[in-house]
Write a protein that binds this ligand. Structure first.
Ligand SMILES: *Cc1c(COP(=O)(O)O)cnc(C)c1O
Length: 397
């Protein structure tokens, strides 16, 4: 394998096949199963009607299995960022100090959200691709015992890193600080056992591991959060989780929920239970392993030091134009993958196996990656990535 210096050749040579199916391998939105699409095509349920409380209860109980947790789970009409904002608004006061440990674009969002509310942020930032060192949390809290909340990210979607939430939680076990975790791209791909990890509040959203369209945010809220809520003076109305607690205990919501997504969620939960939730996590692990194996076989580097099973961020050689690569894969192969974010734009592809992806889907994604890489001037033994993926997918255990 060698670095080829010839200029990138990316032109539309016209697919011999007129058909253009689109296959999403993006870390949100993710593909929606046919069964879920059908479930959402029905007449919307009236959110004040008699069927609604059971639909809501089913969603809450199912999500408790998926996290897993026994905490109250609240559903909100919003994207992931909205429910992150709710986590800030319900736990803090203006002028409070909070710790944000982050190493990527979504981790940095906690900082922006806190600052928007006048919360003073102590930030511990790690380079993209690295995992947060849990020891910095211990040090930061030793330096400033007044830190009220620690914000972290489980699966950092911009880098493909899985942060060590369990170790951070262990450090927090004998402190007063609340632990709030962004599980938007991890829930459904990895277990996030909240009680065992000392997480007080975790958020996720519909369009990632939960195989739904965007539009619904979810928050799992533990008992310590309600104490903080009592003293929290940040302005909130739509985001006031206390109102959700009151109405959801009566099978209602304080504002209209996306009832279509709730109908879809019922089908999603059925599918996850049929497969078995631990097996869903294992599938994500196996698929991510296959993509990482392919990248290595193609002579490429996986970016994440501690990789998430939701997606694989692959660093591209300097000679490959990542924007041209992802555009070629989309246009010619119908395979949509994520590109690099921030300063990694054009230098990375992020191949997601999050949600409704099967073994053949992984082979499709890797095949398209190979075809695209060839077009953008990277040389390797044809089929090496696909073979590595097949080997990983058929390996025992
Ligand atoms: C997608 C994502 C978000 C933001 O979700 P939106 O639904 O786009 O607001 C936040 N955190 C992580 C880790 C994500 O992957």
């Amino acid at each position: 394998m060698s670095l080829k210096t010839s200029p990138a050749r990316v032109e539309n040579r016209g697919s011999p096949c007129g058909l253009r199916r689109q296959r999403l391998f993006t870390p949100g939105p993710t593909p929606i199963p046919e069964r879920v699409q059908t479930a959402m095509a029905g007449t919307p349920v009236y959110h004040r009607g008699p069927e609604f409380p059971a639909l809501l209860r089913n969603a809450v109980e199912g999500l408790q299995e998926v996290f897993p947790t026994s905490y109250d789970v609240f559903l909100l009409s919003c994207s992931g960022t909205g429910v992150m904002e709710a986590a800030v608004a319900n736990t803090l006061c203006a002028g409070d100090r909070a710790l944000v440990v982050q190493a990527g674009q979504f981790g940095a969002r906690w900082t922006d959200l806190c600052r928007a509310y006048g919360v003073e942020v102590v930030e511990r930032e790690f380079p993209w691709g690295e995992a947060v060192d849990p020891q910095v949390v211990a040090e930061a809290l030793r330096d400033d015992p007044g830190l009220r909340v620690v914000f972290a990210t489980h699966s950092e979607t911009s880098t493909g890193v899985l942060h060590d939430v369990a170790s951070i939680g262990e450090i927090l076990s004998d402190t007063e600080a609340l632990f709030v975790v962004d599980g938007v791209s991890s829930v459904g791909a990895h277990p996030l056992p909240l009680e065992a990890c000392n997480v007080d509040l975790a958020v996720t959203a519909s369009q990632k591991g939960l195989m739904l369209p965007p539009g619904m945010g979810m928050a799992a809220v533990g008992p310590r959060v309600w104490k903080a809520h009592g003293r929290s003076r940040l302005p909130k109305f739509y985001w006031n989780l206390e109102d959700y607690r009151t109405s959801m205990s009566e099978g209602r919501a304080p504002a209209t929920l996306p009832v279509t997504l709730l109908a879809g969620l019922r089908a999603v939960l059925q599918m996850l239970r049929e497969e078995g939730i631990p097996r869903v996590w294992e599938r994500h692990a196996r698929h991510a392993r296959a993509v990482r194996g392919s990248a290595a076989a193609l002579g490429l580097t996986c970016f994440a030091r501690r990789p998430s099973n939701a997606l694989t961020a692959i660093l591209l050689p300097g000679s490959v134009d990542g924007v041209a690569l992802t555009e070629y894969m989309r246009r010619e192969c119908g395979v949509v993958v994520g590109g690099g974010l921030g300063e990694y734009r054009g230098r990375m592809v992020r191949v997601s196996n999050l949600g409704y992806v099967d073994d053949t889907g992984i082979l499709e994604a890797v095949t398209a990656l190979e075809i695209g890489l060839r077009q953008t001037g990277w040389e390797f033994e044809a089929g090496a990535g696909v073979k590595a993926a097949q080997d990983a997918l058929t390996a025992e255990g």
